[in-house]
Design a binder for this molecule. Sequence first.
Ligand code: S3P
Length: 168
Amino acid sequence: MRIFLIGFMGCGKTSVGKKLAEKTGYDFYDLDDEIENFTGKSITKIFETDGEQSFREYESKALLNLSKKEKAVIATGGGTPCFADNMKIIKESGISIYLQTSPETLANRLNQIKQTRPLIASKEKKELDLFVSKKLFEREPYYIKADYIIKEKNICADRILNLIGFKY
Ligand code: S3P
């Protein structure tokens, strides 16, 4: 069994994922970390040297590997569900949960933590606000294919486990 967390950059996939793993006893995996481990490069370096298209290929490969793990909580990247067959792989191999967060909250958070995210690292706040609204609008149709949608105010590990009826 696998639990996939999906949603825009900054929605809390990694922090909630770690808590879910703690509570369930499952292993926690962060897709970006897996990509960095097998390429030996940071996400920033991959975008710089190999380009986004190669990054998306590594991302799909890493997802396919993780989709075979047992008892896993997997934090995907913000773009993961929107490329290749990734959402199909996610849906076929586990439970998917979309952490739905408003563009305002995302942009405010991301403004503080954008350095490690090449798509937004160089954007000033105004530009970031626009980018987040536009990209979220484009990506939401993929995200809402998730089995469960959790709204911002309810994003907490206990509520998620309750919602999916996780049996300890
Ligand atoms: C991306 C999100 C990032 C990372 C990469 C691209 C995106 O992951 O995969 O920088 O396309 O939204 P996080 O959502 O974990 O920041």
